[in-house]
Structures are given as C-alpha cells and as structure tokens.
Design a protein around this ligand. Sequence first.
Ligand code: FAD
Length: 567
Amino acid sequence: MPYRAPLSEFRFLLDQVVGFQQVAETPRFSDATAETVDAVLSEAGKLAETVLAPVNRSGDQHPARLENGVVRTSPGFAEAYGALAAGGWVAVSSSQDHGGMGLPITLSTAINDMFSGACLSLQLNPLLTQGQIEALEHHASDEIKQTYLPKLISGEWSGTMNLTEPQAGSDVGALRAKAVPNGDGSYAISGQKIYITWGDNDFAPNIVHLVLARLPDAAEGTAGISLFVVPKFLPDADGNPGLRNSLSVVSLEHKLGIHGSPTCVMQYDGAKGWMVGAPHKGMSAMFTMMNNARLGVGIQGVGVAEAAYQQALDYALNRHQGRTADPDQPTIIGHADVRRMLATMKAQVHSARAIGLSCAVAIDMATATGSPEWKARAALLTPIAKAYGSDVGVAVASEGVQIHGGMGFIEETGAAQFLRDIRITPIYEGTNGIQAMDLVGRKMADGGDAAFRLIGEIEAGAKAAREALPDLAGDVWSAAESLREATEALLAQGMTDRFAGAVPYLRAFALVLGAHFHLRSAMADPARIKLARIAIKRLLPDANGLMAQMREGADDLFALSAEDLAA
Ligand SMILES: Cc1cc2nc3c(=O)[nH]c(=O)nc-3n(C[C@H](O)[C@H](O)[C@H](O)COP(=O)(O)OP(=O)(O)OC[C@H]3O[C@@H](n4cnc5c(N)ncnc54)[C@H](O)[C@@H]3O)c2cc1C
C-alpha cells in the first residue's frame, strides 16, 4: 500500500486549528506565505511518496551492516538521502546565514511527519542533523559555525548526538567520557558511547558528532558536563575532510525495529574535538538539540501512525469476512468493531498532529517575538507532544496490526514493521516517563501559570462553541474544568506523589487538548463534526480515569514492596 502524504490535513490544521497565520504574520517569518507553504509541503510530500516510502521495506529487510569499521547502509538509502539533501530538506528551518531556508519549525514539523511516515529509519538521519545545526547555531563559536554549519545545512555532512553510556541512560549526569585540553584550544575526547543513531554511514563524506564529556576539573553530575564537536575526519585548511580522527564504530545494535538506522557503539580514543558553549554548560547547550529532537520524535509517532492507518484502512476496504452490519460495505470495514478501530485511529492521529503542530507554532512564536508566554507555552507542550505523539504511534500501529488479523502478524504486509519501528519512540529522547516527570516538575515550576493559561484557552474555545455544538462543547468544557482541578491538586502534591501520577496526568492533558483541537476543527468545518464526536465521546472520557489515578499519589505504589512484586 503506497504512502500518501496528508497534504490537505496539514493545510487545514495550519489554517484553521493551530493558528499558523500568526507565525506567518511576524516579520521573522514573513517569507512563509500561503504559496510558499503550499509549494514546500507539496514538494516534500512528493519526495516522501516517491523517494522515501519506496526504500522503507528495504531498510527493514536489509539492515545496515558494519564492514571493516564502516557502516554499509541499506540498499537505496544513499540515493534516497542524496535526493533529500539535494532538495534542501535537511535545513528547512535553519538560519539563512549559513544556507538554510529560514522557514518556521512548524513547516519542518509537517515535513518530518511525512518523511517519518514514509521511512522512519532514514528520516532519523536528517532529524539528528537538524538538532545539531540548531545547537551549533545557538552555542558554537563563529569559527565552528563557519566550518560545520554550511556542510550540515546542505546535507553534505551528517550530525549525531552522543549522550548515552552504559551506566548513563536517563541519568545523563552519570556519564564518564573525558575531555582533556590539548593546549591548542582543542580537546582529547575519550570514552564509549552507546546507542548512537546514524553514528556512521557510507554516503556522507564526514560525520559530525556532538559529544557530552567531562573536563578534568568537572563537578559530579550534570553540572560538570561540557559539549564538544568531534568530526569523523578533521576539516583541513579548506574545510574539507582531512585526517581521520581517533574514533570508531565498535558494533551495531540488533534491534526490534528501525533496522535501516544504524545504532552504533562508538569508541573515542583521544579524538580531537572543540568545545561548544561554555565549560560545564554542556547540558544546557545539548538541551537545544534535545528539545528540537523531542518534538521531532513525537511527530515521528504521528507520521508512522498516519502510514499505519492508511494501510489498515486499505486492508479493511478489501478484506471480505462474514456478513457485515453495513449493507453498503461488504468488506470488514462494515463490521462495527473494525469501524471502531479505524475511527479511533483517525481521531488519535488528528489529536496528536494538532498537538505537535501547536507546539511548533509556540516555538516559532517564541523565536519571532521573544515573548516569555510563548516560550512557556512551547516548554509546556514539548513533553506532551513527545509522549502523546509517540504513544499514539504505538497504539495506532498496534491497532493497524489488529485490523489485518493474522496477516498483521505476518511480515509481508508491512503492518508489523510500523509497530516494530515505532516502538522505540516512547523510549529514546527521554523516555515518556521522564517526559511526564518534566511536565509535572520543571514545567510546573511557574506555579502552573502556563498550564492554567492553556486550560483557560480550552475553556474559552468550548464556550465559543457552545451555541453551535452544545453537546460536544459541554464535554470539552467539563473536561477542561476537571483538568484545572487536577492541576491544582497536582501542585499541592509532593514531588514523589507528582511523579507517581505524572504519566496519567500527561495523558489526560493530551486527551483534553486533543478534544479541544477536534472541537476547533468541527467549528471550522462541519464535515469534521463526526470525527470530533469520536474524539470527544470515545477518547476524552478516559481523561477522568487518568486524573483519578494521578490523585492517588505514590503511597499505594510503594505499599506494594519489591518483595510483594516478586511474590
Ligand atoms: C534505537 C535507539 C537509538 C538511540 N539513539 C540515541 C542517540 O542517538 N544518542 C544518544 O545519546 N542516545 C540514544 N539512545 C539512548 C536512549 O536515549 C536511551 O535508551 C534512553 O534515554 C533511556 O536510557 P536507558 O536505555 O539507559 O534506560 P534507563 O535509563 O535504564 O531506564 C529504564 C527504565 O527506568 C525508567 N527510569 C529511569 N530513570 C528514572 C527516573 N529517574 N524516574 C523514573 N523512571 C526512571 C525509564 O523511564 C525506563 O522505563 C538510543 C536508544 C535506542 C534504543
């Protein structure tokens, strides 16, 4: 089943639901006219459909291999990446100073949605490069910017992100990689990093690693971490790849999914690197990259959910089995339970996509205006977009397998690949548990201001819809009120209790937000009322159960001791 880029959906969401117009009206993004947006999205959609989607199976069936220390990528990946880079798609939102298009992140988010729906394994490569570009733009010296940014932005070189070590996963502060000054402004980086996505490939003439490491005098924990740019080949006087740096790929991980994305164990043996940002401030510099990547990972969930949904719908329209309840539909789509699954999937994709795009709009507005409110909105929405988008990816891909029946479990339909591929997204870029803790901890450090402001907007939207759609608007308004009360209760809890309820709270917040966006869609286009009803009457009621869980705190969880759990 070929992937189809959901262009009209983007157009509708941007114009009617997530408020992209205000981004396009800022002087910073005045180039993002309706014509430009249409042209960019439709060209990206074409690339997704005709170049990336055709190599998706190849990546799954012929995983990247390590041969004599060099990663050999899956058949067709080099050509597909070449087309992606040649089209300028790596750097849609990068600054024009170094050759980027300077367009809003909202557009690159829509593009990432399509590219990951078409081929998640390959899309990871430009996603990480984009994050690295952003980190360098914000924190690197002019010399580093001039050496690396034009090549990364053009897609000639690719970028990676090196945080994880065997003993330092979620607890990044436990990392041990060392950086010793060479006395000439450079550093010697040593240590092992694991799980490094696209740590090497056979199509980019240079690969640029952003590596977290400790200076000799560094404090323990995250306060003692610095960030370094460490290229595979040291740029020569003309900026071209020169001497080989002392770093290598030790092995590739064998994974459940994303087989086409080489996940590398990297060894640094006194590799030459240069510091990005200030000493011991590596985490804040890396956070620029991680925040970008977090939204990107949430959107990967949406993109793969879209692809899994399209395929499941196609199967349901063609598979005959038994007599259906719908006389016009003799295939399994005529069965109520299959219809339930498809309707739920479609409603979830719409919610998660709207949340991701509204997070991107907030990031763009923060960039364009510098307004603290927009910054706080972007910060609040980032963990929700990451966790909900990736959870929806897994849920929809799993339901996609279910709709295929036994054929879903058989590899040849591709339904199983979507589920295997997307399963990583709730884990990497900070597990969804860590995202939820970020939401109830750091993102509530303002006393809940940003959350209450957003809840206020949801309530105002529901009030405005009350006359036209009283039933649906009433439910959204009540859910927003319950969320307000739950947020007040959360703020009164101690941190351990908050953390115990963090995941249910984040999911409840996402359901209320999703219902809010569905209501807006229904108000803008009566044809969308039917889908909004699914979201509001079938998905939203779960929010109450989730908020009840959040109120339980941690006592009952810890009352069940480790011994009880083992009994
Ligand atoms: C395919 C793949 C690609 C990856 N790509 C990269 C990459 O490019 N660069 C990179 O640096 N890393 C990468 N990672 C690493 C990834 O980000 C980590 O796996 C992830 O952050 C989790 O760390 P961990 O695996 O050590 O799990 P752990 O930290 O051991 O977590 C195990 C479980 O404990 C929970 N947990 C841990 N700490 C806490 C806490 N304080 N409170 C509550 N719960 C907690 C977690 O949520 C999780 O459920 C990749 C991983 C994979 C599998």
